[in-house]
Each structure stands twice: as C-alpha cells, then as structure tokens.
Design a protein. Structure first.
Length: 582
C-alpha cells in the first residue's frame, strides 16, 4: 500500500513527460522523423555551433569512458593543451547525451535526444512544480506553454547548443529553495542539484541560477526568524561553487596561458560591445526573457485575482509560487540587461557594466541576454500561478457547479495556450528579418565520414588536418565540420573551433593554407607531427585545387603525400617520410 502513492506520482509524471515530448516533436517536425541522420537548421549558427556542441559532448563522453585523466586535453587545436576549455563544455547535459551516445555511437541521435527530451523534461518539471503550488494541472500546462512558446528555445540559440535544453532542474531548484531550510541536511540536498544544473554552462547558467538564490539568502538574513535558514542556504551555495571549482580552475588555467585571450576569437563584436535599448530588448528581441503580451496579461490579471481571492478567502495558489516567480524574473532581468543600456537617447550603466569596471574579467560575458534563462522560468511560474488565481476568482464570482466550473477552467486554459501559441507564431523573428515561421522545422543532413575513409582514419593516431582550414569570421563551419568528423576516429586534430583559440592557432592555419607546398608540409610535420590530410577539393579556391591535383610525393630528404582513400570530391592523404637514402 505504501508504494501506491509513489506509483501514482511516477505514472502522472510519465504521462506529463509523454505529452510534452509529443509537443516538442510537433513543434520541431520533421526532425523526429530523422533523428539519426539529420540535425536542426533553424538558425545560421546551426552550421557551426551545433556540430561544435555535439562534438564537445561526444568528446567528454569518450574521455570519461576511456581516459578520464585526459579529460581537458580534447583532440582539437593540436598541439595545444586543455583544448576543451577554450569554449563551452555542457557537462551538465551528459546524463542525457552520454547514455544514448555510448549505446549507439551516433552523435546526431544523441544530440537530437538531448535537445528534444531536454526541453520536454524542463516543461514537465515546470508543470509539476506549478501544479504542486496550485493543485492544478491546467496551471502547469499554461506555465509549460509559456516556456516552450519561446523562439529563443525552439528556433534561435538552443538548437545551436542542445546542452542548453537541459534546464529541467531549474524549476526543481525554485521549489526546493522556496521553503527556508530547517536543517543543514535539508540545505545540502540542494547542492548536487545546483552543481549539475550549473555545470550545463558555468559561464552563463551558473550565475543565472546562483544569483537569485544569493539574493534570496540576503533577504532571509534580514529577518531574525529566517536568518539560520539563510546561513544554511549560503553554505549550500558555497559548496556548489566548490563542486564547480575544477571547471572554473580549468578555464582560469587557459586564460593564464593566453594573456590576450579576449582577442583570440572570431567574435570580437558581440552583444556586450555596444549600448542596447533597455525596454525593447525584453519585448521585441529574440532573447530567453521575452515579455510577451499573453504572459504579461496573464500575470497582471492573476495578481489582481490573487488579491481578490485573499480578500474574499477564495481559493489561491501558494504564495511561494508568486515569490519564487518574482525573484527569478527580477534578478535574472537585471543580470540580462546590457552593461550599458539606452532609454531614449540617455545612456545608463547597468549593474553588469559597473561590475565590469571593478572586475574586467567579467567582460567574458559576451552575451548577457543569456542570463535571462532563469527569468524565463520565473515568468512561466508566474503565468502558471497567475492562471490558477484567475481561474479561482472566476469560480468564486460566478459560483458555478463543480462540473461546469471544470469545463470553464479547461476552456480558459485552452484559450490561454492558444493565445500563447499564436503569439509565438506571429512573433517569429527569422532570417532574413520579417519572414514568417516556416511550415516545417528546418533540418540539415548530419555530417558523415565517407565509408572509404574510415579504415585509413582509424589506422593511425598521428595528427590529422582537414582542408580548407582558415581562422576568423567565415571559417567556423569548415572547422566545426572537421571536429564533428573527428568523432568517428578521435585522432589529434590541427583544426578547431571554439569561443576562443589558443596562441599559435592562426599561424598554423596560415601554414596549412599553403599546402601542399613542400616547405609548409615540412614545417607542420616538424611542429605538430602531422600524419594525414583530408582535402575537401570542391571547397578549395581554384588555384589551390589545381595545386592538390598532383601533390608532391615522398622524395629524398622530404616528406610527401600519398593517397589513402577517395570519396567523391574528398581525398585522404597520408604524410609519408622521405625514402631511405642509398
């Protein structure tokens, strides 16, 4: 008998998850029809950021399964060390990605499952948390609809970085933190949840999660009755930072080896590089914390209804939902504001801007709007509890029979969800600007290694170079393609794409662009141990394509190139040492 409540809870959670997984399949169809062979293509960055993100998760899975001690030394940017930490790692998404990748060896399938299932789990967690505060599945559905009807999640950034879909612990953290901790043990239960969620992106998600909790702790410190609970929460936050310290330490080590790291990137001009309008940023832009009209109306009417219900002693949601929603929305909104904002013609330095003056290292936050992801969860919570309050007020005013009241609440929820969805469709901001939302979700074929190449690529551990290979804007897709290809062989790779690149990388790529000139080949062999070159001939400029029509073979005193395999316009060469002298 004791197991039945748990069984019922699991069954309820499973049904809700199945429903939201179906919603995600519908919103992104036909992606689910080709999970093993296609990837999202809803944003131009899907050509490079998406292969990079999948490579990172695949490499981390491979390293943990085979050589955990070399986790930081990813196979890109050879011969640089700690190459994994020149950009995002997405470690917190491994619980979703790794089992699928280990079971199938298919990075596209693992990436798509992480994207679709991650957002479905996030919507499920939000739904169940809001239901706990409101005792209403309809309120949970309105909250989840507010979350999923966000272009940034479905069309813009998250499809290019699927580890960002794994936000399912954010609503759980809000729920756990809502009640002041009565014991240290209760506070410690929050630490692993926080650590896993923050590890999804220690640069953006971690501050977006920890900052609202720090503010909550400060508010509780101000009251004698909650001061002990505040100290317990601060202990939990401190232990979370300690748990994340190996990741932050790896980033600090990379920065110390690259004093000019801020300039070692294609993305010199970013969101934080110039003032941005403060108000329109949250109403019109494609950002996580977008204040849509339906959300604002539902929250406003819900707040009025909550006050009415309190006055008339009518049904109302737990005040914890309102408090947590406001906390996460406000703190995240402040964080997500640009360092320097404009209101009309007036420039205003926002909190992040002042913090950067005191700590220039905060200039690493190149896209502050990403901090708004926790505010999106806060807004969705407010929509859920606001809907519950509004439905309760209507029931109280109209005094409907229970059966009629259920129908009325359902109709109200359907109307709210339809309005939210129509705003999502009509508010589409695609590329080029002003286009309508496509009738089908755009996809692209997942990169594949030509079958004739596999044996040759896996036969050696000597470093590999894929050409063409450049640096700077416009080179991202070709570098990320080489990284995705490397999942099939894990050879050291001279290529690389990340948030930043290591010292010496542009010079190596400049030398690579001179191939197959003997001098360039000799230098790369001497400095990197280059053992193979994969040439995409159709992507080369005509003069370079002509040079590769007859690359120099090994000859006395000089290494040369020998064809290992051909696959369409692609050719795989092995670097052969000079023949022995007479």
């Amino acid at each position: 008998m004791q197991g039945r409540p748990w069984a019922g809870t699991l069954a309820c959670g499973g049904a809700v998850l199945a429903a939201y997984l179906g919603v995600m399949v519908w919103l992104t169809w036909p992606l689910a029809g080709s999970l093993r062979s296609a990837l999202p293509s809803s944003h131009f960055a899907c050509r490079f950021d998406l292969p990079y993100a999948i490579w990172a998760l695949a490499y981390e899975t491979h390293a943990l399964a085979t050589a955990p001690g070399r986790f930081a030394d990813a196979n890109i940017f050879h011969p640089a060390t700690s190459a994994l930490f020149y950009g995002q790692t997405g470690i917190g998404a491994l619980p979703l990605f790794a089992p699928v990748f280990l079971a199938t060896g298919n990075p596209a399938l693992a990436g798509n499952v992480t994207f679709l299932l991650g957002l479905a789990l996030t919507a499920t967690a939000l739904h169940l948390v809001v239901r706990r505060w409101t005792a209403s599945h309809l309120a949970g559905a309105v909250a989840a609809a507010t979350l999923l009807a966000n272009q940034w999640l479905i069309w813009d950034f998250v499809p290019t970085a699927p580890h960002w879909a794994t936000l399912e612990l954010l609503p759980v953290i809000a729920l756990l933190a809502a009640t002041p901790f009565t014991s240290t043990w209760a506070a410690l239960r929050l630490v692993p949840v926080l650590a896993v969620q923050c590890a999804t992106d220690p640069v953006y998600i971690a501050p977006a999660v920890l900052a609202p909790l720090a503010v909550l702790a400060a508010l509780r410190l101000a009251r004698r009755s909650t001061r002990a609970a505040a100290l317990r929460l601060l202990v939990a936050l401190g232990l979370t930072v300690v748990a994340l310290s190996p990741i932050y330490g790896a980033y600090v080590a990379v920065r110390s080896r690259n004093p000019d790291l801020a300039r070692q990137t294609s993305w010199v001009v970013t969101e934080a590089s110039f003032p941005m309008p403060l108000v329109s940023r949250f109403f019109e832009a494609v950002v996580p914390l977008r204040l849509s009209t339906p959300a604002l109306v539902i929250v406003a009417l819900g707040a009025v209804a909550a006050l009415w219900n309190r006055r008339t002693r009518g049904p109302s949601a737990s005040p914890s939902g309102w408090r947590q929603g406001v906390l996460w929305l406000v703190v995240s909104g402040v964080l997500a504001s640009p360092p320097v904002a404009t209101v009309g013609t007036t420039r205003i330095r926002m909190p992040l801007g002042w913090a950067e003056l005191a700590m220039p290292v905060l200039g690493t936050f190149r896209v502050p709007s990403r901090f708004g992801v926790s505010g999106l969860v806060g807004l969705a919570i407010l929509c859920g509890v606001g809907f519950a309050a509004l439905a309760g007020a209507i029931d109280g005013l109209l005094r409907l029979r229970p059966s009629v009241a259920r129908v009325a609440r359902t109709a109200l929820a359907v109307a709210a969800v339809v309005w939210i969805y129509r705003t999502y469709v009509d508010g589409y901001r695609g590329f080029p600007s002003g286009t309508r939302m496509p009738p089908a979700y755009p996809t692209q074929p997942a990169p594949a290694v030509p079958a004739p190449f596999l044996a040759g690529l896996r036969a050696s551990r000597a470093p590999l170079l894929e050409l063409p290979a450049r640096t700077g804007l416009g080179s991202e897709a070709e570098q990320a393609l080489a990284m995705y290809h490397s999942i099939s062989h894990w050879r050291p790779l001279l290529n690389g794409y990340s948030s930043y690149w290591p010292v010496g990388f542009p010079e190596r790529m400049a030398e690579a662009a001179r191939l197959p000139e003997p001098g360039a080949l000799e230098h790369l062999v001497e400095t990197t141990g280059l053992g193979a070159v994969w040439v995409h001939t159709q992507a080369l400029a005509p003069e370079r394509r002509a040079a590769w029509s007859a690359p120099p073979p090994p000859q006395a005193g000089h290494a040369g190139l020998v064809v290992v395999a051909r696959g369409g316009p692609d050719v795989l060469y092995a670097v052969e040492p000079p023949p022995p002298g007479p």
